[in-house]
Design a protein around this ligand. Structure first.
Ligand code: 13P
Length: 257
């Protein structure tokens, strides 16, 4: 059984003061929800504050990016060991980083290895753009992102990853994928690629989230799909009803189990 994981990617939102108010308003409700991992991913600047605010709860914290080197002359970058003091998870290869900051599969691969070396749990993002979707390239794109991103990782390392399938056309658009469509990409192409690269048990062990316009009103459909193990939530994770979203996800998951 794969334990569901719901993560909120705050992106570049919330100051320390805003994060403090928001986390105080959701932490009790979020902590009461059982049987799913709950992760908040604030900007670097709020990681320490959010970590302290949830320290007495089961809520975990993640960063949104990281560099692969441990130290040195890399102005503006953050090392894995620095994050290790602040959080448990790190989002890597988000499509916004690929699109705006030139991240490549090779860079994502280096980051995954560096995160694992520090005991951080990577949430590795893959997904096709709208043009690629229209051209029928989803399988090819997702498969090559995985092959590049997972290069030289062991089966045990891959089994411990969280992968987020986030079609770029569904992010921040209100136009979510269909659960059947996302589930097919995850089941056939993502688990399929991992099964080819490793074996079927690794493909069945890895947790795969869906991300892209997930909200309280559609999360149940995604969670009902047997290949979808949770959600990476952007905009809806900045609202108080993120608690409701996670509660619905947990209830659907427990009904299926
Ligand atoms: P939205 O939920 O705002 O569509 O963002 C999804 C996302 O990019 C999460 O990483």
């Amino acid at each position: 059984m794969r334990r569901p994981i719901l993560a909120g990617n705050w992106k570049m939102n919330l100051t320390i003061a805003e994060a403090t108010d928001f986390v105080r308003s959701i932490r009790r409700g979020l902590n009461e929800i059982k049987d799913v991992d709950r992760v908040l991913c604030p900007p670097y600047t709020a990681l320490a504050t959010v970590g302290e605010l949830v320290s007495a709860t089961e809520i975990e914290v993640g960063a949104q990016n990281m560099y692969w080197e441990e130290k040195g002359a890399y102005t503006g970058e953050i090392a894995p060991s620095m994050l290790k003091e602040l959080c448990q998870y790190v989002i890597l290869g988000h499509s916004e980083r690929r699109a705006y900051f030139g991240e490549t599969d090779e860079g994502v691969n280096r980051k995954i290895k560096a995160a694992l070396a520090q005991g951080l749990k990577p949430i590795v993002c893959v997904g096709e753009t709208e043009d690629q979707y229209d051209a029928g390239e989803t399988e090819a794109v997702v498969s090559s992102q995985l092959r590049g991103g997972l290069t030289d990782l062991s089966a045990a390392q891959v089994a411990g990853l969280v992968i987020a399938y986030e079609p770029v056309w569904a992010i921040g658009t209100g136009k979510a994928a269909t659960p059947a469509g996302a589930g097919a990409v995850i089941g056939m192409h993502i688990r399929g690629t991992i099964s080819e690269l490793y074996d079927e048990s690794t493909a069945q062990a890895v947790r795969v989230q869906y991300g892209g316009s997930v909200k309280p009103s559609n999360v149940a459909e995604f969670m009902s799909h047997p290949d979808i193990d949770g959600a990476l939530v952007g905009g809806a994770s900045l609202k108080p009803d993120f608690v409701e979203l996670v509660r619905i996800a947990s209830e659907v998951a427990s009904q299926i189990a």
